[in-house]
Write a protein that binds this ligand. Structure first.
Ligand SMILES: [Fe+2]
Ligand SMILES: [Fe+2]
Length: 318
């Protein structure tokens, strides 16, 4: 049994100080959005309770699918690094960037490199990148027993009023090769990506722009589980692939109060095991309950509460 926690969209606050010149960019929009909207939604207290809850469950690993910060200020990257270290060591937490982590162009060395240890693979396989700058880091692969966690980056600076993401041709080609190899080696493949991976899962201005190309890769090579964030809601869909039915699951923000139809913070606890030649994936949803001010197993998400994603199919890796 392998237990994996999935959280996303921390949107760490409060907003740190920055020189005025830092706001001569799209950051001014994000800063205003934080001041008048987001800071009332994302709560450090809720986030702390969620992290405490994850730690209490003694999971084997944590997958974090991006949007650690808000507008990619220098101090957000340093505070983000501190927060990550408190969440867990880099061998215990796997991270992929979101659009807010790439809100404006920032040199790799000054920004995401500060979290780089959480995005470095430990399994060398064809298609996997092992060194270099931001563009060359992804996909990375981490092996934990017979589970392979594949991290891709869809976080790219987008124009004003856009929150879209993109993988790019090089990353897609590498992902194609990586998924193929990992399937041949019999791994349970978990793809971590910030943006919802399929067309129609996010509004046009927030979508993964090369979702159609990713779909071709996923259909051709297969994947067992895709974890994403970005929409700040519970999401679940499936994709028929050549190696079986892929499950695609998104989680709400890890720090949010329920607001305007969006759910309160939640994380998902996956229990993955292999029995009789078939993979079994059970999911427990842990959500913040505002009335009790604590994390609870979500009763209102009964269909997702104890879902056996793959128990009754013979989706066995050939
Ligand atoms: Fe987000
Ligand atoms: Fe996002």
């Amino acid at each position: 049994m392998f237990n994996l926690a999935h959280l996303s969209d921390v949107h760490l606050g409060p907003m740190p100080d920055a020189p005025l010149s830092a706001y001569f960019s799209k950051r001014i929009i994000g800063a205003l959005s934080w001041r008048f909207r987001r800071r009332g939604i994302h709560s450090l207290d809720v986030l702390n309770r969620l992290v405490t809850d994850i730690k209490r469950h003694n999971v084997d690993h944590i997958a974090f699918t991006g949007d650690l910060v808000n507008i990619a200020l220098p101090k957000e990257f340093t505070r983000g690094a501190q927060w990550l270290s408190e969440l867990g060591g880099s061998e215990f937490v796997s991270f992929v960037p979101g659009n807010h982590d790439a809100y404006v162009p920032v040199d790799w060395a000054d920004g995401l490199a500060l979290w780089g240890d959480y995005m470095i693979g430990d399994l060398r396989t064809p298609g996997v990148r092992t060194a270099g700058n931001n563009a060359a880091l992804f996909p990375y692969v981490r092996q934990r027993r017979n589970i392979a966690m594949i991290g891709v980056s869809s976080g790219v600076p987008a124009p004003w009023n856009k929150a879209w993401g993109e993988l790019g041709q090089r990353q897609l080609e590498a992902l194609d090769e990586t998924l193929k190899t990992l399937h041949e080696r019999g791994f349970y493949r978990i793809l971590m990506i910030h943006h919802p991976p399929l067309r129609g899962m996010a509004k046009d201005r927030k979508m993964l722009r090369d979702a159609d190309d990713l779909k071709i890769v996923l259909e051709k090579r297969g994947v067992e589980l895709v974890l994403h964030g970005h929409n700040h809601v519970h999401m679940r869909s499936e994709l028929e692939t050549k190696t079986g039915l892929a499950q695609i699951v998104g989680v709400p923000s890890a720090s949010s109060f329920a607001h305007k139809g969006k759910p309160a913070a939640a994380w998902y606890n996956y229990a993955i095991s292999r029995k009789g030649g078939a993979w079994s994936t059970n999911v427990t949803v842990r959500s913040y309950d505002e009335s009790q001010k604590q994390m609870v197993t979500s009763a209102h998400l009964a269909p997702l509460g104890q879902l056996c994603l793959d128990c009754d199919t013979q989706r066995v890796q050939k």
